[in-house]
Structure formats: structure tokens, C-alpha cells
Design a protein around this ligand. Structure first.
Ligand code: KE4
Length: 425
């Protein structure tokens, strides 16, 4: 038995499903999860000491590649001075100033420890600022696991969400409207009927949790104009897209100024840190200034701040995102060409350092079209690539991530592996 399999069996004795986050269990692709023993640059080595080219990178944080020496040194130096104080530090001011400079819509920011915390608080803040209860999210977008966001679309057009998780009382989701991503007319109709009751709209400005799905220009502009017209808060959940699709995030590509933004993943460089922030008049409502409560023992943790400051400094270097995008483009075009040569119904897309592979002839643009992709073909492709030493997301509904450490040789090796994998499908 492989050591991965041994560890998985042992893990399941102590940890539900053997993992500390569900997607890691390989539930949607089958097989045995690879237990990482170490990672460096674009690679990790599993418990059987097999090397993989990693296109998850901790689901986004590892944009510099794993164990970047300057990030490690910064964390080690911070650790030598203590791990956590529960008191303010200069580093928190430094990273807040960096974020404000890189994402100008974020006039004020607050650091938290996870994306879930950031989005949960942003919604509470929007409700506190507007005095309204209803929120809008979109089917297929994931914003972490707070109760009012674990909802799936009800039947019918303007219905409120039903809980998508056991343990969430229906009462907790009755204020959550679940609409279709990229459906402008539905959004317009919802605001026409309920506009003055909507506290906020939260979206992934490029969806990455139903695979990579682009918003249409019309959708992006309708969101901003309708929320503005009706006094609803527009929340860009950039936990995944922040610093990933562009240095200024999706909002810089859209030319949109959201009212609140959440960040995570890259901003902490792999350490537990996320951020919510935005308009100063809205942020003034958060404790201790205002009546919207939020707190966190490890918020602004000095080691996470050290990793985040170093990461943001390194990715702010001129040309970083142009080069990152070039590598994504080379990868996607190469894999697409391999699929075309194999005569397979396959499409693909990329934005900055994020990409999507779809077993469908056309790039999907909604939850309905992405869920119509050939999931079985994806599963076979996933395992064929895993056999070739290429680690893709173990789900057809996740985006992929390139780092600046993925060399041209790594990308060419991935394309060659895809040629062999497609031949086996
Ligand atoms: P966390 O609580 O996992 O730090 O962040 C939640 C979150 C919020 N918003 C967006 C847009 C996100 O993508 C996420 C988390 N992303 C998943 C990737 N699909 C994390 C991986 C996992 O759940 O294990």
C-alpha cells in the first residue's frame, strides 16, 4: 500500500473524511489524496516522495511558488520575536497601507484570519450600514461557509435560497436571494421588485468556485448601476481573484469601484490572513467605531503579516503579472491544442494567473453551462494527469493556478503530459 493510502486510512481515524477541508478528500474524482511532505517552487513531493507540478498552490496563495526564500525568511524573522500578541503592531499598518495603495477602493481595511470571516463580516457590515436584511448571491459562487451564504437557488425566479448544508436553519437563509451568474434581466427584475430591501450583492468578480467563469461586461455594469441606484452595497469577493488576476484584482480589470472588497489567499502568502475593506463611510460602522461587531484573536497575526507584506512587495515588481499571465496563456493554449489534436470536445480560458479547463466544446458562462460539462471525462483526465505527475484541482468545479515559479519547461512538460492523457481518454 502506498504511504498516501496508509496516511489516509490513519487520518480517517481522527479527522472526519481524513481531511481538514472537504475538497482535499478527492470525493469528486475518486482515488487517494496525495499527502504533501514538502513543497518548493512549482512542485510538491507526496508521501511516496513522488514529485508533482502543482497547479493548486494552496488554492491560490502560492503565487510566488512554494517556500519562496524571502517569504520564509520574513516569517522566520517574525517568529523569533513571538507568534502572536493580541495587540497592534507596525506591520499591520504597513500591510494596510500597501493594500490601500494597490486596491484604491479599499479606503479602510481590517485584517481577519480567513476568507469566510472576511465575507461574513462584509455582509454583516452591509446590513448594518443599510439597515436592510436581504442579500443577493449567485449560484455557483462560493464565499466561505457562513450560514447565510450556504444556500442554493430555490425554485422559481425570485425565490429565496434554501440551505445547501445540513445544520443551517431555513430561517438563516430566508433573507438570501440566489440568482444566476451573468443573468442581467433577472438581476434587473429583482431590483425592480425588491431594490430598496437589498442590503448588498456579493459576487466573485471572476468566478473560481464553479471552475473559472467570466462575468459579461453587461453583468458587471448592471451590478454597479443597480446597486448604486438602489443604495445597496456592492461587495467584490476577491479572496481568489485579488492580486491573482491582476495586481489591482478583478476590479482593476473591470474598471469598477465596489463599495466593499474581500481579499484572502495571496494577501497572506500562504499564512492564515484575509481582509475586508472599502468605503470609509461604511467601514466607520465597524467596532470599535460603530455598532457592527467583529473581532479576532489572531487578526493581523505578525507571521501572516510578514508573509503577506513580503508577498505583496514581490508581486508588485514591474512586469510580474504580465509574465504570470504569459505563463497561463502558454499553458492553456498548449493544452487546448493537445485536446484539439485528440479531437476532444474541450475548451479553456485564463485570466492572469488563473485558468479553467472544460470538457465541453464552448467555454461555459454560467452555473447551468458549467455543470453540463462532461464530468466523467474530467475525472479520467485528472487521474491520467496525476499519473503523469501533474496535480490539477480534484474537482471539475475549481479553477487552476499558475505561479511565477512555473518555468517554461514545467509548462511544456504539462502540455506533453496532457497530450498523453488525452490519448488515454
Ligand atoms: P476561506 O475561508 O477558505 O479562507 O475562504 C473562503 C472563500 C471565500 N471566497 C472565495 C472566492 C473563495 O474562493 C474562498 C475559498 N476558496 C476555496 C477554493 N475553492 C478554498 C479551498 C477549500 O475550501 O479547501
Amino acid at each position: 500500500m502506498s504511504r498516501n493510502a496508509e496516511l489516509f486510512e490513519r487520518a480517517k481515524l481522527s479527522i472526519p473524511g481524513g481531511v481538514n477541508s472537504p475538497v482535499r478528500a478527492f470525493g469528486s474524482v475518486g482515488g487517494t489524496p496525495r499527502f504533501v511532505q514538502r513543497a518548493q517552487g512549482a512542485y510538491f513531493w507526496d508521501a511516496d516522495d513522488k514529485k508533482f507540478i502543482d497547479y493548486i498552490g494552496s488554492w491560490g496563495p502560492a503565487i510566488l511558488g512554494h517556500a519562496h526564500p524571502e517569504v520564509i525568511a520574513a516569517v522566520q524573522a517574525a517568529a523569533a520575536n513571538g507568534l502572536s500578541y493580541g495587540a497592534p503592531t507596525e506591520g499591520e499598518i504597513e500591510i494596510a497601507e500597501m493594500i490601500r495603495q494597490l486596491v484604491p477602493s479599499m479606503e479602510q481595511v481590517r485584517l481577519v484570519s480567513s476568507g469566510t470571516e472576511a465575507t461574513m463580516t462584509a455582509i454583516r457590515l452591509a446590513r448594518g450600514f443599510t439597515g436592510r436584511d436581504k442579500i443577493i448571491k449567485f449560484e455557483g459562487c462560493y464565499h466561505g461557509h457562513s450560514d447565510s451564504l450556504l444556500v442554493k437557488a430555490g425554485s422559481g425566479l425570485l425565490t429565496f435560497g434554501n440551505p445547501s448544508s445540513a445544520g443551517v436553519p431555513a430561517d438563516f437563509t430566508r433573507h438570501t436571494l440566489v440568482l444566476d451568474y451573468n443573468n442581467v434581466s433577472q438581476l434587473e427584475q429583482t431590483f425592480a421588485e425588491l431594490g430598496d430591501e437589498i442590503a448588498c450583492v456579493i459576487l466573485e468578480p471572476f468566478a473560481g468556485n464553479m471552475n473559472l467563469i467570466r462575468p459579461s461586461e453587461a453583468f458587471v455594469h448592471a451590478l454597479r448601476s443597480l446597486t448604486e441606484k438602489h443604495g445597496a452595497v456592492l461587495i467584490y469577493d476577491e479572496v481568489m481573484t485579488g492580486f491573482r488576476v491582476a495586481l489591482g484584482g478583478a476590479q482593476s480589470l473591470h474598471g469598477i469601484k465596489p463599495d466593499l472588497t474581500t481579499l484572502g489567499k495571496v494577501v497572506g502568502g500562504g499564512m492564515p490572513m484575509a481582509v475586508f475593506g472599502g468605503r470609509a463611510d461604511i467601514m466607520a460602522k465597524i467596532a470599535p467605531l460603530g455598532g457592527v461587531y467583529q473581532a479576532g484573536t489572531l487578526s493581523g497575526n505578525p507571521l501572516a503579516v510578514a508573509a503577506g507584506v513580503t508577498t505583496l512587495r514581490l508581486i508588485s515588481r514591474p512586469g510580474f503579472h504580465e509574465e504570470l499571465t504569459r505563463r497561463s496563456e502558454t499553458l492553456v493554449k498548449g493544452v487546448q491544442a493537445a485536446a484539439n489534436a485528440a479531437g476532444l470536445p474541450f475548451s479553456s480560458d485564463w485570466v492572469g494567473g488563473m485558468f479553467g479547463f472544460y470538457f465541453a466544446p464552448e467555454v461555459p458562462n454560467s452555473y447551468a453551462t458549467v455543470t453540463a460539462c462532461n464530468n466523467d471525462a474530467f475525472k479520467r483526465f485528472f487521474h491520467a494527469m496525476l499519473d503523469e505527475g501533474i496535480y490539477l484541482a480534484p474537482s471539475a468545479y475549481e479553477a487552476g493556478f499558475v505561479s511565477i515559479a512555473h518555468s517554461d519547461e514545467d509548462i511544456q512538460a504539462t502540455i506533453t503530459a496532457a497530450e498523453r492523457a488525452f490519448a488515454r481518454l
